[in-house]
Design a protein around this ligand. Structure first.
Ligand SMILES: [Fe+2]
Length: 212
């Protein structure tokens, strides 16, 4: 099987992180760390790639003006058939009030801890490279993890909350850093949100919903 689309997507991820690191006030050290870790990934095979109709629809609908995000979206579409899209019921299925979110959120990795790895994903204890798809009108409630996380918005406008900061509208091409343990939440409106999430530390740390 041709694994080049996975390599191309990882290359695109490195590019947006390195480009982002040169922006004024960017968290450059974290972005360059993420880029360096992704550069080391090598894709060797595919087990159980799996595409879901809901993912295919949301992945193929959006149009993006930002050039970096548009290139990333094209690379993600090309690599998607190699990736295993997972729902999140296993992680949050027992949590109250999470049904709508769980039914309308999916993620696929290029690198992840061995217990979530699937499709072309590389099992890694140093970096998590995940692509997320959050449907329209979906609230991803406050949650937190020890891992330092970089988000890159690929498609869709969404509201974002970091720690105690107010909600901020985020657009394709935006980069958002979540420091270790910082709570964060995302709310979509009429558009799906497609994003890249890069964990650069503590990739095996659990995710906890924060209720208070
Ligand atoms: Fe997170």
């Amino acid at each position: 099987m041709n694994l080049q689309p996975a390599t191309d997507l990882a290359t695109q991820a490195v590019h947006v992180l390195e480009t982002g690191a040169r922006r004024p006030f960017a968290p450059s050290a974290e972005l360059l760390r993420g880029a360096g870790l992704i550069r080391e990934l090598t894709f060797e095979g595919v087990t159980e790639p799996q595409s879901q109709p809901v993912v295919d629809r949301h992945l193929n609908e959006p149009e993006v003006n930002d050039p970096g995000a548009a290139s990333m979206l094209a690379a993600l579409r090309a690599a998607s058939p190699l990736m295993r899209w997972n729902d999140i019921h296993d992680g949050y299925g027992g949590e109250p009030g999470m049904e709508h979110f769980c039914d309308n959120f999916s993620f696929a990795a290029l690198a992840s801890p061995p217990n979530w790895a699937g499709g072309v994903a590389v099992a890694s204890k140093t970096v998590g490279l995940t692509f997320t798809l959050q449907g329209p009108d979906v609230y991803y409630p406050d949650h937190a993890h020890k891992a330092i996380e970089i988000y890159y918005v690929i498609a869709g406008k969404a509201l974002w909350k970091r720690g105690g900061e107010p909600w901020v509208e985020r657009y394709p091409g935006d980069i958002i850093l979540h420091t270790a343990g910082m709570r964060h939440a995302m709310q979509t409106r009429d558009e799906p949100l497609i994003a890249m999430a890069v964990w650069i530390t503590d990739v095996e740390s659990p995710i906890a919903v924060v209720r208070a």
